[in-house]
Design a protein around this ligand. Structure first.
Ligand code: AMP
Ligand code: GLY
Length: 420
C-alpha cells in the first residue's frame, strides 16, 4: 500500500510517523516534505498548492491513498480533483472546506443551526464596518478577514484607531488579498481555549483527545500570534462534562448542519473553542489537523490510523472503536529568530543527533532542509520537540531537558508552554 502525504510541516511529520506504525506497513511518500520528513518518507519537489502537479504525482507513483493535510489545497479542491481521477483521498471536498476557508460561511452556518459562537456582523464595505464599530463603541472589537490568511487574519482592536488601521489594511490595502474583501466583526469573548480535532465521515463525528495551543510568540502569552509555539494534551480545562456539552451543542450539530447543507464533511474537523461563562463557544473551525496540535494528539492514538482513514472515506466511522493513550503529551516549537516577523533561513541546527528516541521524545521537523548531511533551518517554525509521558508535567520536563541539546543561530522558544 502506498500513501502520499501532501504538506511539509511538523503536522505532516507526526502523521507520517504514525502511518509508518500501521500494521499494513504502507510505503509513505510526501510532497513537498522537509529535511526531517525525508528521513521517514521519500519526498518529491511538488508544492502542496500545485493541484495538477499533485494529481500527476499521485498517478505516476501509483498512490492508493492521498492524505491532504494543509488548508490551501483543501480549499482549492485537491480532494475533488483526486477523487475525479479515482484516487482515494483523506480530507474534505472544496465545498466542505469552506467551513475554514470562509469565516462568513462558518458564522452563518452556526447562526442558522443554533451552534454557540460569538455574535457578529458581516461587512463588505470598510466605511460601513467602521461605522458599526464606532456606534457599538464596545472594545476590544474582534475583526476577522473572511478568507484564509496564514493564521493572521484575526485582529483584536483595543481602540477605534486600531480598528481603523485593521479595517483599512484588510479591506483597502488587502494585505491578505481577496481574503479581506469581506470582514466579520465579532463580539469579544473570554475564557480558556481548547482545541478539539475530530474524525468525521460525513455523518458520524469522533472527537480525538483534547489539546491546548499556545499561539502568542512570547512567554506570558504576550506578543503577536504565531501558527502555534507549543501544545499540550490533554487540555486541563476540558473535563468530561465539558466534552459532553460540546458533543451535544457543537460537534454533532456541526456535522449534521454540513450534511444538511449538502456539504458532508469527511476528514478531520478542528474545533477551536472558548469555554466562556455562558458555556463553550466556537471561535473557529479548521477543515484539517491543527499544527502543532497534531504533534501532541496523534502520538497518543493507539488504533491503526490507516483503519481510521479508510473508515472516514468509506463512511463507516460508526463501526470502529478509536483508542487513546490515557497519558499526556507536550510539544515545544523551536523557531527562527524574528518569527513570526521577518527571519533568516539556512542556519545550521546543532545537537539533533543527541535528541530523539530516548525518554519518549520525538523531534518533528516543521521547517528544515537536509544539506550535505546537516540539517539547516528553512522556515519560521523549525522543530517541534515532543514527548509523551504519564502527565503533562512529566512530558514538559522531558521536552525542556532535550531542548538544552539543540541550538541554531537566533533560535527562540517559549519557556512556559503548559504553564500559563
Ligand atoms: P483564530 O485565528 O480564529 O484562531 O483566532 C486567533 C485567536 O484570536 C484565537 O485563538 C483567540 O485567542 C482570539 N479570538 C478570536 N476570536 C475571538 C473572539 N470573538 N473573542 C476573543 N478572542 C478571540
Ligand atoms: N494551531 C492552530 C492551527 O493549526 O490553525
Amino acid at each position: 500500500m502506498k500513501i502520499l502525504m501532501v504538506g511539509g510541516g511538523g503536522r505532516e511529520h507526526a502523521l507520517i510517523k504514525k502511518l509508518r506504525e500501521s500494521r499494513y506497513a504502507p510505503e509513505v511518500i510526501c510532497a513537498p516534505g522537509n529535511g526531517g520528513i525525508a528521513c521517514d518518507a521519500r519526498c518529491f519537489d511538488v508544492s502542496a498548492d500545485d493541484k495538477a502537479g499533485m494529481v500527476a504525482l499521485a498517478k505516476r507513483e501509483g498512490a492508493e491513498l492521498v492524505f491532504v493535510a494543509p488548508d490551501n489545497p483543501l480549499a482549492d479542491g485537491l480532494v475533488d480533483a483526486l477523487e475525479s481521477e479515482g484516487i482515494r483521498a483523506f480530507g474534505p471536498t472544496r465545498a466542505a472546506a469552506q467551513i475554514e476557508a470562509s469565516k462568513v460561511f462558518a458564522k452563518n452556518l452556526m447562526k442558522k443551526y443554533g451552534i454557540p459562537t460569538a455574535d457578529y456582523e458581516v461587512f463588505d464595505d470598510p466605511s460601513t464596518a467602521l461605522e458599526y464599530i464606532r456606534n457599538k463603541n464596545d472594545f476590544p472589537a474582534v475583526i476577522k478577514a473572511d478568507g484564509l490568511a496564514f493564521g493572521k487574519g484575526v485582529i483584536i482592536a483595543q481602540s477605534m484607531s486600531e480598528a481603523e488601521t485593521a479595517v483599512s489594511s484588510l479591506m483597502e490595502d488587502k494585505i491578505f488579498g481577496e481574503s479581506g474583501s469581506r470582514v466579520v466583526v465579532e463580539q469579544y469573548i473570554t475564557g480558556p481555549e481548547v482545541s478539539v480535532l475530530a474524525f468525521c465521515d460525513g455523518k458520524t463525528v469522533k472527537p480525538m483527545v483534547s489539546s491546548m495551543d499556545f499561539k502568542r510568540v512570547f512567554d506570558g502569552n504576550i506578543g503577536p500570534n504565531t501558527g502555534g509555539m507549543g501544545t499540550i494534551s490533554p487540555n486541563p480545562y476540558y473535563t468530561d462534562e465539558v466534552a459532553k456539552e460540546c458533543m451535544e451543542k457543537i460537534f454533532a450539530p456541526t456535522v449534521k448542519a454540513m450534511e444538511k447543507e449538502g456539504r458532508p464533511f469527511k476528514g478531520c474537523l478542528y474545533f477551536g473553542l472558548m469555554l466562556t461563562s455562558d458555556g463553550p463557544k466556537v471561535i473557529e473551525y479548521n477543515s484539517r489537523f491543527g499544527d502543532p496540535e497534531t504533534q501532541v494528539v496523534i502520538p497518543r492514538l493507539k488504533t491503526d490510523l490507516v483503519d481510521i482513514i479508510n473508515a472516514v472515506i468509506d463512511g463507516k466511522l460508526d463501526e470502529i472503536d478509536i483508542e487513546w493513550d490515557t497519558g499526556a503529551a507536550a510539544c515545544v516549537v523551536l523557531a527562527s529568530g524574528g518569527y513570526p516577523g521577518k527571519f533568516e533561513k539556512g542556519r545550521v541546527i546543532k545537537g539533533l543527533d543527541k535528541s530523539g528516541g530516548a525518554d519518549g521524545v520525538t523531534v518533528y521537523h516543521a521547517g528544515t532542509k537536509l544539506r550535505d548531511g546537516r540539517f539547516l533551518t528553512a522556515s519560521g517554525r523549525v522543530l517541534g520537540i515532543t514527548a509523551t509521558a504519564p502527565t503533562v508535567d512529566n512530558a514538559l520536563e522531558i521536552v525542556y531537558r532535550h531542548i538544552g541539546e539543540i541550538s541554531f543561530d537566533g533560535m527562540h522558544f517559549r519557556t512556559d508552554i503548559g504553564k500559563c
